[in-house]
Design a protein. Structure first.
Length: 548
């Protein structure tokens, strides 16, 4: 394995530690017009205002030096070129190849990946068109009205997030539903009310070995065969109502799905980076190939920005480095993402897998333990709902919570409340919150409002709470692609500084393995139960006592 640079041994890290020790944020005086001008950046269609961060020129310069000292530009190039930077799995990391235009060329491990990508895209697009037009029917000849995606993690979160985000672009008469959880409630509720004759299942699983997905796929197969008319041929029924997306086409065939109806991808696409591969098939069916192509073009535009924009103007680089500053030098443990767009209500959940499965690591890629924090907790909810729930802590609590605010100039649904444009009300809140967080309200300002002295401290806002504002004209497919790619690259930047392999996920394995081992005990095997620790025995005992 190649050696990873320990960032904490670099000169820039020492500079940042020194700067942090002396840093006294004062956003009220820092936000001059020229500062705002210099900290306002454009990346593709996104306008990004970094000015309300806890940052000055010296810190900004030291962060860029840190990127150089850990060889981040070389690692970025290695990723785009298809080198095996996922060292613990010895794989290339090429989600950026999923959105290369047909005219591009990239050969990796002897394989022309652009040709491969477009071959699968063409097949997925053609299939989606058949479903959308009614040419692809169920076994009884009726057109498909509901598509159910069965998948979990990266095979669910991306498709469901984008399906919600792009609701205005969906085809009428076609609905997607999503089953992910092994909790039988999920499949039970999702299938309720569906007509088997008009339902198409997409089994989405990179490995085609995931317990939740295979269990749910079997449940759905049984549900379908039980409910179709008795004269429907079971083999034909599965062929017409089940398709698959996977890198493991042999396992797809073993499951009984015709591989003519399967769409592949490659081990160089991580699950959490796969929504723009055939894993997005449900979305392609919902919004159509042309809109999906726009989404891919948006991803690609952000890739190009990340690869080519100069460091000071490079938005993913700057935002990723700021996150390192907050985590490692100013003590932040979490990062909020707050879309002022209801359509992005699943975006924070999607980002949780992207960021936390990627950078929640305690060793560097050469196996050495890190001696610094990594992987902050990402979380969030759409504004203004969050304002009435957890913003209190961000405004007046004792913790530093850097926050990204996202908004669009044009609404997806324009509504008037009498004379008031409701989107203006939403955006007034968006602008007000970052202002309040940055500037706060001093005790003197509170007193000037006539507040009784004993209430002044409770009603004072300290300010200097950092935010980044991200705006775009409208939430189009392209803009969504840009936003997702922005966070993919922010995640890359943080991981590259910390020296962790952002593309493996060994931390999910132990729980899966123990669940298999415990299974007999849960089913009543006393010998296996007796070998468990006392707490696990007691909990399984409670379950046994109360299950009937
Ligand atoms: O549990 C971890 C994980 O491997 C994720 O990384 C992945 O997105 C998810 O499980 C689902 O995996 P698959 O697509 O192979 O079913």
């Amino acid at each position: 394995m190649s050696e990873a640079v320990d960032p904490s041994t670099t000169a820039a890290w020492a500079d940042l530690a020194r700067l942090a020790a002396a840093y006294e944020p004062d956003l009220r005086s820092a936000l001059t017009a020229s500062w705002v001008d210099r900290q306002t950046l454009d990346a593709a269609d996104l306008r990004v205002d970094l000015s309300k961060n806890l940052l000055d020129d010296e810190v900004g310069a030291a962060l860029l030096r840190l990127a150089d000292e850990v060889d981040l530009p070389a690692r970025r190039e290695a990723m785009f070129a298809g080198e095996h930077i996922n060292v613990t799995e010895d794989r290339a990391v090429l989600h950026t190849a999923l959105r290369l235009p047909r005219s591009a060329s990239l050969t990796v491990d002897g394989q022309d990946v652009v040709t491969d990508v477009h071959e699968v895209l063409d097949r997925a697009f053609a299939f989606a068109e058949r479903v959308r037009s009614g040419d692809w029917t169920g076994v009884t000849g009726r057109r498909i009205e509901t598509v159910v995606n069965i998948g979990i993690g990266g095979s669910d979160l991306g498709p469901v997030m984008a399906y919600e985000a792009l609701a205005p672009y969906r085809q009428d008469g076609l609905t997607c539903r999503f089953i992910s959880n092994i909790d039988p409630t999920d499949a039970g509720q999702t299938l309720t009310g569906l007509d088997p004759e008009t339902t198409l299942f997409i089994v989405s699983s990179k490995t085609f070995g995931t317990l939740e997905t295979l269990t749910n796929a079997r449940l759905c197969k049984a549900w379908l065969l039980d409910r179709l008319p008795a004269d429907a041929d079971p083999g034909e029924a599965v062929a017409r109502h089940f398709v698959a997306v996977s890198t493991a086409l042999d396992k797809v065939a073993d499951f009984g799905i015709d591989t003519d109806n399967a769409f592949g991808f490659w081990d160089w696409v991580g699950g959490r980076y796969s929504m723009d591969s055939a894993i997005g098939l449900s979305l392609v069916i919902a919004i159509g190939p042309d809109r999906f192509a726009e989404l891919l073009a948006g991803f690609h535009a952000m890739d190009e920005h990340f690869r080519t924009a100069p460091a000071e103007a490079n938005v993913p680089l700057r935002m990723g480095l700021l996150n390192v500053w907050y985590v490692n030098f100013l003590g932040a443990h979490t990062h909020a993402v707050l879309p002022y767009a209801q359509l992005l209500h699943r975006f924070p959940a999607y980002l949780q897998q992207l960021t936390m499965e990627s950078n929640g690591k305690g060793v560097r890629w050469d196996g050495e333990a890190v001696g610094y924090d990594t992987g902050e907790v990402f979380w969030g909810e759409p504004g203004t709902n969050g304002q009435h729930a957890f913003y209190q802590l961000i405004h007046q609590g004792t913790r530093l919570v850097p926050a990204d605010f996202i908004a669009f100039a044009r609404p997806a649904y324009a509504l008037q409340d009498g004379d008031a444009d409701v989107h203006e009300l939403l955006l007034s809140n968006f602008f007000a919150q970052t202002k309040a967080l940055a500037f706060g309200k001093t005790a003197d300002e509170v007193r000037a409002e006539g507040v009784a002295e004993e209430l002044v401290s409770a009603r004072t806002f300290p300010g200097n709470r950092p935010t980044t504002s991200i705006m775009a004209p409208e939430l189009t497919p392209s803009v969504l692609g840009q936003l997702i790619a922005l966070y993919e690259h922010i995640t890359f930047v943080e991981g590259a500084v910390w020296g962790v392999d952002s593309f493996d996920q060994w931390g999910v394995e132990l729980g899966k393995q123990l669940a298999q081992e415990l299974r007999p005990a849960v089913s009543g095997d006393a010998d296996v139960l007796a070998r468990q620790d006392p707490s696990t025995q007691s909990l399984i005992g409670y379950f046994q006592e109360h299950r009937d």
